[in-house]
Design a protein around this ligand. Sequence first.
Ligand SMILES: NC(=O)c1ccc[n+]([C@@H]2O[C@H](COP(=O)([O-])OP(=O)(O)OC[C@H]3O[C@@H](n4cnc5c(N)ncnc54)[C@H](O)[C@@H]3O)[C@@H](O)[C@H]2O)c1
Ligand SMILES: [Zn+2]
Length: 396
Amino acid sequence: MIYRQQITVPFEYRVIFTRDLFAPRNAVLAEALAPSKEAARAAVFMDQGMLEHWPELGHRIIRWCEAHPRALRLVAAPMTVAGGEAAKNDITFVQRVTHQFQRFELCRHSYVMAVGGGAVLDAVGLAAAVFHRGLRLLRVPTTVLSQADSGVGVKTGINFDGAKNLIGTFAPPFAVLNDVQFLTTLQPRDWVGGLAEAFKVAVIKDVALLEELERLAPRLVGRDLEAMQRVVERSAVLHLEHIRTSGDPFESGSARPLDFGHWAAHKLEALTNYELRHGEAVAIGIALDLYCAARSGFITSAERDRVCAAIERCGLALWHPVLAKRNQLAGTLAVVAGLEEFRQHLGGALTLALPDGLGRLREVHELPAALIEEAVAWLRERRALAHRPLPVPRRA
Ligand SMILES: NC(=O)c1ccc[n+]([C@@H]2O[C@H](COP(=O)([O-])OP(=O)(O)OC[C@H]3O[C@@H](n4cnc5c(N)ncnc54)[C@H](O)[C@@H]3O)[C@@H](O)[C@H]2O)c1
Ligand SMILES: [Zn+2]
């Protein structure tokens, strides 16, 4: 006998944009929780790099809970965890966070609140997704990249054995709370880095966002918070739409439209030992793929140049010396191995998203190594031209 079993589980979560989330009078967090007669138990984990700029945050969260006694009951004072990619590179991070869950006897009705950049959200999210097979995760993203992209989606993960996101789950959060004020303290490279994800989604899905990025570029590099908020929110909404409407929110198929530019990005991050940040690597990955798309006739070279110029005007570099790195034995560019790693990660046939005109995408199943060689040579040439010394004027 064959018994056909089909289960449909609806997922619903809110993504809230607010200001000063932990001001005692701000009730959006309380409203995002499941209705309950008494306050739910909660553990809070804060990104150390963020906390250096917001040293009062732990106290503010405690005071917020006091002001909303029926919302959350903290099981302990908010805890600090290492921030940045280090959180994802060390599997004991997940172990240590899990140990705290166990120590404070969190259950499937308890909340875990993660406050920080994309790396901390991914790693704490993984621990929360597997402990007792899933706790309620409240994400409070504090970087441009995590508010615009990683923090609003359905994935968790850590790096393992030198490979990016090798261990992870699909686990929608309980709610996401984006407080724009956190962005004011980002280092310059993290302020602009997240814009790469906005370019990614604009190039393949929304030409209006691309135009907005072009128009706002001077304000974005000038750290205009209002301009950044507009771009972050639009990018997040495009992500949410994709997850809701693509028909494959948990990526069971081979297509990964939102991973445009990412096959190279993940490899470049690993090749630089994560010195290159995710957003910085995505910017370069986009440029490589734009070159391949133009050479394949999917976009014009003018469109390719237009996007590259806009990315650079936002303060992102499109060259890194690791692009020139070669495998000693085969002599091939090291970045090319990213294609095969990406295929393995997706499973099945290699499927890459490239723009098909600006604002639309098409899938391809191959990128010849020779084309990637050309793309890298092109980026190197562009960089050399940009850094060419100005000609010395001759005396008459
Ligand atoms: N889950 C997903 O779907 C998904 C999607 C895209 C990217 N990602 C992952 O996200 C990660 C990158 O996230 P990121 O760009 O946020 O970088 P990040 O988490 O590495 O943070 C960058 C730095 O900023 C610090 N920081 C955080 N908030 C701050 C603040 N408000 N002020 C000052 N400093 C602050 C952190 O401590 C860290 O040192 C990568 O690991 C990437 O793989 C995940
Ligand atoms: Zn990304």
